[in-house]
Ligand binder design. Structure first.
Ligand SMILES: [Zn+2]
Length: 304
């Protein structure tokens, strides 16, 4: 069962972008262009419709409390674009919202469970995945509390936990903290693994059985697509295709098609052809684009 902002689905048959933002507001943290707001809704709908023409069958919005999450907008966008959209339960990290400092692990767990099972705020719109993360620097008591709460909420509901790493070195703490709190590594998706320095590091980390996001495709400021394509090729050659998802982490107005970007089509038009050129098979692409995200989103599945 996949829980979308318009209701539960038995599954989604086709490519899913598992790390995106349809609405987000990180102006304060990252500058005035890192926003997709109500004013951009028409552009987001148009760009998703364009990606749907290329095969896109579902999209996950990983904005949370504290980073411009807007469940009503997600529902509107989903209906207008004709595309299933999954929203996220969770807490942003730069900084964490006040509730994280004021609440126990159990109280935070209950907030997440409520967002997944009853709805976000008073919208009645339910989240279908948990998103958490850490900012640069030491992992403080707030981070530990959020990660433990997320693990408990995941165990109670079956929802996957997606973590944002602000630097690749954080991935080990994320995984370790969630596993210590009782999580199955297969229900953990660590984001931004394209920032890992090379294939050896990815293979080493992949041994733990966790899911890994190569999810900033088209975000040239991070890493050029050609380097990411080499990394994915090498990962597939090492047998890691069952643990990888591909997505573009759309969060900037300037990446919308209106401003000349590839927008939600980037993975399809810019990246998949590069994988094919490098000898990644159609079956491997299908696993990373369809099977893995479907399994991550399915509350009733576990092992890859
Ligand atoms: Zn993101």
């Amino acid at each position: 069962m996949i829980r979308t902002v318009t209701g539960d689905l038995p599954g989604i048959a086709g490519p899913i972008l598992a790390h995106e933002h349809l609405q987000i507001d990180l102006c304060c943290q990252k500058g005035p262009e890192v926003v997709l707001c109500v004013a951009d809704q028409e552009d987001v709908i148009n760009d998703l419709s364009a990606a749907r023409q290329l095969g896109l069958m579902g999209v996950v919005d990983l904005s949370t409390e504290g980073s411009g999450r807007d469940p009503a907008a997600l529902r509107n966008i989903s209906l207008k674009a004709g595309l299933p959209v999954v929203g996220a339960a969770g807490f942003y990290w730069d900084p964490y919202p006040q509730v994280v400092f004021d609440s126990s692990v159990e109280a935070l767990r209950d907030i997440l469970i409520r967002e997944l099972s009853e709805g976000i705020g008073d919208t009645g719109i339910r989240a279908g995945i948990i998103k958490i993360g850490t900012y640069l620097g030491e992992f403080g008591v707030a981070a530990l509390r959020v990660f433990q709460a997320a693990a408990l909420a995941s165990r109670a509901t079956g929802a996957t936990v997606v973590t944002h790493t602000s630097a690749a070195e954080q991935a080990a703490w994320h995984l370790d903290t969630l596993v210590r709190a009782g999580m199955d590594p297969a229900r953990i998706l660590i984001s931004h693994m394209g920032t890992f320095h090379g294939i050896a590091q990815l293979i080493e980390f992949g041994r733990h059985g966790t899911m890994m996001g190569i999810d900033q495709i088209g975000l040239a400021a991070r890493r050029p697509n050609a380097e990411l394509a080499d990394l994915v090729r090498d990962a597939c050659a090492a047998g890691l295709e069952n643990q990888i998802i591909l997505s573009s982490d759309m969060a900037r107005k300037t990446r919308l098609q209106r401003y000349g970007g590839s927008s939600y089509s980037a993975v399809f038009v810019d990246f998949i052809p590069m994988l094919r050129q490098r000898g990644v098979s159609a079956a491997q692409i299908e696993i990373m684009m369809c099977r893995n995200p479907q399994r991550i989103l399915d509350f009733t599945s576990s092992k890859p």
